[in-house]
Ligand binder design. Structure first.
Ligand code: SIN
Length: 287
């Protein structure tokens, strides 16, 4: 039995006593999967992982995505998307402004990601030594469960458009993002997903819209669609559905992209360095 410490939020739990650099036996791995499905966000402190070990552990869950922004992947590791404000020889080593708005990873693909596995290599500190650059996670299943029944019925058969371009161009920091290439555009056409999604493993229902990439509701006028989405974005990210993770170097944290959304808090700047690496699991078309 793994030792688990829950957060006070409806999602988020620490799993203690596991060294992810080791070849975990199947029983331990299965329990990690179960705890992950139960808590939607789980993390392990004090991990010391090589990029190979990060990829190897992540692969046990399934196939890994190669991000559409190849220039942001760790050299030699197309499965590791680098999120960092660090510059080397004046050039960014990864995405400097990833995830500054609420989103679910790769929700703009026909088959969005099942989960992301994030490893903290460098964490910025404020003048008092307190970590900054937290990540906030919101539970779409808790948000769905809290809706009144008539609202659930109204949303049951609605679909929304998810657009990579909407998120990509949204929070460009000082022009850091180049225009999308033709190949990137071809890989990311707009897609439609159900607004209420059934989790592929737990069968639980969640709200699957986010302010970063969800652009409109299918079959509604612009006014009606904007009003509904604004209401849902606000509802999904209410404080009572949110777990805020304060990072420490060596944290390895997994989040469920089917039932949660997240947002990075940009409250630091160089010379405060932040260096994170993300493996992103492939997923299935939402139903
Ligand atoms: C991401 O959305 O993958 C980045 C999250 C973070 O940097 O905290």
């Amino acid at each position: 039995m793994l030792q688990v410490k829950r957060s006070s939020a409806p999602l988020g739990a620490e799993i203690l006593g596991v060294d992810l650099s080791r070849d975990l036996d199947d029983a331990v791995f299965r329990e990690i999967v179960d705890r992950f499905h139960e808590h939607e966000v789980v993390f392990f402190r004090n991990q010391q992982l090589t990029p190979e070990q990060h990829v190897a552990f992540s692969r046990r869950f399934g196939e890994l995505e190669h991000h559409v922004r190849k220039d942001c992947c760790r050299p030699g590791f197309p499965e590791l998307f680098v999120v960092s404000n660090v510059l080397e020889n004046g050039k960014p080593i990864g995405s400097q402004d990833a995830g500054l708005f609420w989103h679910s990873d790769l929700c703009y693909l026909k088959e969005p990601s099942r989960a992301s596995l994030f490893y903290a290599r460098e964490v910025p500190l404020d003048a008092k030594g307190k970590p900054v650059g937290d990540t906030m996670f919101a539970s779409g299943s808790a948000a769905y469960a809290a809706l009144p029944e008539p609202e659930k019925r109204k949303l049951a058969n609605l679909k929304a458009v998810n657009s990579y371009a909407k998120g990509y161009y949204r929070d460009r920091n000082s022009g850091a993002r180049k225009p999308l290439t033709e190949e990137q555009k071809k890989r990311t056409p707009d897609v439609e997903h159900p607004i209420v999604r059934t989790h592929p493993f737990t069968g639980k229902k969640s709200l699957f819209v986010n302010e970063g990439y969800t652009s409109s509701v299918v079959g509604m006028s612009e006014r009606e669609s904007d009003a509904l989405l604004a209401r849902l974005f606000e509802h999904c990210t209410r404080p009572e559905f949110v777990y805020r993770h304060q990072w420490r170097v060596g944290d390895f944290l997994m989040w469920d992209n089917c039932s949660t959304q997240h947002r990075a808090v940009m409250d630091y700047a160089l010379p405060q360095r932040r260096l994170m690496e993300r493996a992103t699991l492939c997923g299935t078309a939402p139903i």
